[in-house]
Design a protein around this ligand. Sequence first.
Ligand SMILES: C[S@@+](CC[C@H](N)C(=O)[O-])C[C@H]1O[C@@H](n2cnc3c(N)ncnc32)[C@H](O)[C@@H]1O
Length: 345
Amino acid sequence: MAPARKQRGGSTKSAQFPPKDANIAQKRPGSVAFPIELQQLILDVFRRAFPFDDQSEVQKHIQEVKGHLFQRDFISAFAKQAYLDAYALRWSASRALGYSDILLHHDLQQIWLAKTVDSTSATRVACIGGGGGAEVAACAAAARSYSLSFKLEVHAIDIADWSSCLTKLEHAICTPSQLSPYASESAKATNKPLVPNDQFAVRFSQRDILAVEEGELRDILGGVRLCTIMFTLNELFTTSISRTTAFLLALTDTMQLGSWLLVVDSPGSYSEVKLGQGMEAKTRKYPMQWLLDHTLQQVAQSKWKKHVSDDSRWFRLDSSLKYPMELENMRYQIHLYQRVEEGVF
Ligand SMILES: C[S@@+](CC[C@H](N)C(=O)[O-])C[C@H]1O[C@@H](n2cnc3c(N)ncnc32)[C@H](O)[C@@H]1O
């Protein structure tokens, strides 16, 4: 066991380290393990949460969602329940593996190792644009891997109504898979949920995060240990650079000292902004990373310490994984910040 780490504010680790599945895992250089067995359990959770009888019907929905996403018509892409289920089954499952890999990476261990101030209350994670469930499943994987001694509550905030998907996903996470009546006694004895429901809870709020009032933002972000914005920030900047900047500044004012902000997005994402009026108007492209850094480190006057920043990383799938549909490798940019006292590094 590694020695207890001192955290900001003097707290010590409260999670098992290395994670309990580490002994059966392939080790990645510089990282804790993300065992194939755990990856398969996560995929099984998605398969159980979103069962289907008719492969051609699901594929039809997936193609329709893909068409809407290609047109950047997010309202249509997430307009009906069948589309949301198809999206979660097709895209959130691969993303959940990529996000679990991120959360188990050594860069992020310190987020999970800090002890809770009050062991009776849950540790909270807020996932902006997290309705699709990938972040929720990845947090469950982290809770399992680190054997957290506190309850983890994951709050997904999303403009689309993902409530039904998340209820199904939470149920699949917290319930053991159904075994055949002929299953062996040892299979029955080891058939456990990914995470038991007394250690994991999911909450959902359907909100446009750019329109949330200050008081509600405090309810969403006040006291969270981690806020994630996964493959959503560039979409927010594209909607409105000024409103997204205002949101990031409000987030800065709301998040407690020592808490973390994790931003993951496509590499090379940029947003366009129109400068000037009429014939004089010009469009200018700003890289998402520049907008984020500019807001958090200059406009927010150094209230964030940047721990990780990488323009391009890959999560590649193992060919032994079994899933009823195509999965995708994930290439992403990643930025991890910690809320600090102004000017303290
Ligand atoms: C590209 S998807 C990414 C989903 C998920 N985070 C993932 O990585 O798999 C973007 C998500 O952000 C949500 N979203 C877009 N604009 C939003 C807004 N203004 N407020 C809250 N959620 C928003 C969408 O509904 C969608 O679920």
